[in-house]
Design a protein around this ligand. Structure first.
Ligand code: TRP
Length: 455
């Protein structure tokens, strides 16, 4: 059984909320959410119609799928005090549910392999910022810088190795105290910075246009795939569906505040994604620029343009990318920790061995993703590069499937006392139970079946 080695724990509810928010807030909020808005909204050029339908679907997904599944994961972690595989094994009492945990660990493995590639971009941009490249950059210059960087296979693979190396070093050192302490500094700093940028962005000439682009309901490009994207993004951004929150939940000692925690994490995560998008789109509209590819470059090209115009901007842009790098690293850590702790708990590996072997394997798997923007750009399957395919399979399918089974398990199979001891037995419990039994599963299955039939 698990927990032969000593298990960490968070200092209190605030520590848990900020650590979980640290896992949740990452490239998903700062890069992928604005990217999906740009893509589903049809860009910011004349043919762009707006991302309102996506933003609305996303908020619905957070409320109907994200928060209920997050509560389920916290409960599973707290009741079992183990990672995903151990949690299902213990709580399912002999029934064969632990493969849901195994699916989670596998998903974490693949997800981390391409996530690290984008995390590497943030590293490059931190270096560029620190060496003053953005001092007077023009929108065209910013686009060229990014596409030249993407086209360089050596740099892509090099940064992948650096990011995985740093992640492995931190995880090898054991993580709970480090994660909690780092999150307590980083999350408030990130929130303050985003708030400052938001105020600034709204005073730009394109601020109003950005708000309209993001929040005006516009169903021109709306389709079932918009809903699938929104659902996948909700799981991805909240770190759900693969046991990361089960693992973090297993480090929570006090029973109080489970509900408050889940709502706080979801609110922080959603606000950061929305603020980042308002900032980026305000810049795009104000400086009349469009983005590399389908918007994949957003925080890398838009942000430097704004900072280049600000007094003291060449310093602040460094602070900004430091925060982005930290946000990325707190997420890569949580992903690697789930994979590594599984091999420690279930197979008795030493932490160092687990980190070295698994981290190494993840780095290797990351290489085709790093090359998807250059040498392997033309090797596509179903029109998707290796990177796109890995992301599509993990985010849009594997995480929602993991979430589906987590909801079904918590709703129908978990002994009632585990749930009522965490949530009480009042109206909130009954609402949650109804949601994880019926609403979330039917939505997830419905969306998947719809997409499969349409394909
Ligand atoms: N939520 C993180 C982000 O938005 C990524 C992430 C970290 C994640 N841990 C996870 C996604 C676990 C799914 C599962 O960038």
């Amino acid at each position: 059984m698990a927990t032969g080695h000593e298990r960490g724990s968070f200092g209190g509810a605030l520590g848990f909320i900020l650590a979980a928010a640290g896992s949740a807030v990452g490239l998903g909020n700062l890069w992928k959410f604005p990217y999906l808005c740009y893509r589903t909204g049809g860009g910011t050029g004349p043919e762009g119609t707006g991302a309102g339908a996506f933003v609305l679907s996303y908020i619905a997904a957070v409320l109907l799928l994200g928060i209920p599944v997050m509560l389920a994961e916290i409960i599973l972690g707290r009741r079992s005090r183990q990672g995903p595989v151990g949690a299902f094994k213990t709580l399912a009492q002999g029934k064969r549910w632990h493969w849901v945990g195994a699916l989670g660990v596998t998903t974490g493995f693949v997800l981390l392999s391409y996530y690290c590639v984008v995390a590497g971009w943030t590293g490059e941009y931190l270096v560029q910022a620190a060496s003053g490249t953005f001092g007077s950059i023009t929108p065209e210059g910013a686009n060229t810088l990014f596409s030249t960087f993407l086209a360089n296979p050596g740099k892509q693979v090099g940064w992948l190795v650096v990011v995985m190396g740093v992640t492995m070093l931190i995880v090898a050192g054991g993580v709970s105290a480090g994660i909690e302490r780092m999150s307590k500094i980083m999350m408030p700093a990130l929130l303050l910075m985003m708030l400052g940028l938001l105020v600034l962005a709204l005073t730009l000439p394109g601020g109003g246009q950005a708000l309209a682009y993001l929040f005006r309901p516009d169903f021109t490009n709306f389709g079932m795939s918009t809903v699938l994207d929104a659902m996948g993004q909700a799981f991805f951004s909240l770190s759900l569906g693969m046991g990361a929150i089960i693992t973090y939940g297993s480090y929570v000692e006090k029973r109080e505040l489970v509900i408050t925690s889940a709502f706080s994490i979801a609110i922080i995560d959603t606000l950061v994604a929305l603020m980042a998008s308002v900032v980026i789109f305000s810049i795009l509209f104000s400086f009349n620029t469009t983005m590399e590819g389908s918007g994949i470059s957003n925080i890398f090209t838009a942000i430097p343009i704004l900072f280049a115009k600000l007094p003291g901007g060449s310093f602040t842009v460094v602070v900004f990318y430091v925060l982005v790098v930290l946000a990325a690293i707190t997420s890569t850590i949580s992903l690697l920790e789930v994979v590594v702790s599984h091999f420690i708990d279930r197979l008795g590996w030493h932490r160092r061995k687990a980190v070295l072997l698994l981290g190494g394997a993840i780095t290797l798997l990351g290489i085709p993703s790093a090359l998807s923007f250059n040498v392997l750009a033309d090797y596509t399957l179903f029109g998707k590069t290796f990177f796109d395919l890995a992301d599509y399979l993990c985010a849009n399918w594997a995480l929602p499937l993991g979430g589906l089974f987590t909801a079904l398990f918590a709703g129908w199979f978990l002994a009632r006392h585990h749930k009522t001891e965490e949530l009480g037995s009042g109206p909130f419990f009954r609402y949650w139970q109804f949601t994880v039994r019926f609403v979330s599963p039917l939505l997830i299955v419905g969306i998947m079946v719809w997409i499969l039939l349409a394909a």
